[in-house]
Design a binder for this molecule. Sequence first.
Ligand SMILES: C[S@@+](CC[C@H](N)C(=O)[O-])C[C@H]1O[C@@H](n2cnc3c(N)ncnc32)[C@H](O)[C@@H]1O
Length: 210
Amino acid sequence: MSSLENLLGVTREKLRTWMDEAVEIDNYVESIVGGRSLWQLSRDKRPYLYAVVKAISPKLAVETGVGSGVSTTFILSALQEGELHSIDMGVRYGGEGEERVGFVVPENLRGKWHLHLGRSSEVLVPLLKQLEEIQFFLHDGEHSYQNVIFELSTAWNFMERGAIIIDNYNFTDAPRDFAKKAGVQLIQLSSTDGGLSLILKDRGPPATST
Ligand SMILES: C[S@@+](CC[C@H](N)C(=O)[O-])C[C@H]1O[C@@H](n2cnc3c(N)ncnc32)[C@H](O)[C@@H]1O
């Protein structure tokens, strides 16, 4: 299988730099989360999320499943000029009943962040119709077969070129079935904790370097 740098069309050095930057963001995130288990994206997966968003450099990114805001913080940190729209049902996180969805997201990143409260089955289609075209999508909300197929198919239809990342992709056959039907490769980024996978759409020939 091709290496991640080849798939993303970047140099190995660039990928290494991004992985190193992700460690710094992780230090910040862990200083807020403080070792609690909040169903956040596992630590080994975070550098991959950051590197893929860096490589794609989306103008518009969408995620489902904000939770405490770990994945949100990594996506926002990787965005250059783009914006992130996040969907979550809006339950409070942290166990003490005081911490809101996305409480980990630092103030200085919130200017390019839009939080939409509701179920993805109700919010995703109207949001994507409004955005018209996205370049990045992260699924980390409800992992049921039906919902994953719905989210991946919907995001795919509003993407010309870009990337989709699926957390806990091993929970059902939905990611594999979707990739098979779409005729694309489901690329495993991590195998731990339900796994993390990547689907690329029409990336074209690798860029010389970025
Ligand atoms: C595993 S947590 C997300 C963790 C987050 N990505 C992170 O790294 O911190 C799952 C989140 O998905 C939300 N969720 C579950 N089902 C949903 C649905 N059908 N629509 C929207 N959000 C949903 C929950 O409220 C919860 O906050």
